[in-house]
Ligand binder design. Sequence first.
Ligand SMILES: [Zn+2]
Length: 257
Amino acid sequence: MREIEKTARHFSLLDVAPTIAGVLKIDLPQADGRAIPEVIGWGCDSVVLLIVDSLGYQLYEWLSPRLKNIPRLVERGLLLRASSVSNRTTPSIASILSGLLPEHHHIVDKEGAKESSILSLPEIASAQGLRSAVVMEKNGAEVYSGLIEIVNGISDRMDPLEFDRASCQLSLDALSRRPRLLVSYFIGIDKAVHMGKGADGIREMAILIDACVGKVVQAASSRALIVICGDHPIHAGKLKRTQEPYDVALIMARAET
Ligand SMILES: [Zn+2]
């Protein structure tokens, strides 16, 4: 077990934004989380953040024997158990991207995200001269229109497998323009849960996302930091997590092999 996991430090999704800000050497105005110094010490100069909806910690442990590329990242990086901050997607993602608790960013829905004056990582990075990209469902992506360099929206009416395939391709397209920060969103596991697809359906989505992670790692700069995290544990259906801890998987590794 790696040194960082032996320490008593408790990790949270709130630590993602301060850590990324530290890696990119940009100023995050305020945050409720703390940077992870070991990760900043890896000397990365760009970041790819892949948000995988509903990737709970226990779910990742169950999925990992069937995956290839994400476990490879874990082998050379970190797999952390991170506390979630909400069981809903929009406030969780706002926390991941701002480092603020939901009661501090006050973003509860997509309309709120559009109206909010809270700055999130892609806007902060662009404002400080770093090319940024987002790949997410249309409503979420529109928030960034005109504020950052690369905005790729995907219709959330798409079939979940198609959505994640599109997200993968648009992420690869964005990486060809060498952004210093790319934030991409994968919906398939969460949709499979809401559609009542059960374990096999969830696994199918996870295998697709894992294949995409392999392509993204290949396409990213060798000095990129790859961050993969869930937004909350499974929050619906038969596999809904109903007791503490409400942890998600937080994976961080350098892109280079
Ligand atoms: Zn979600």
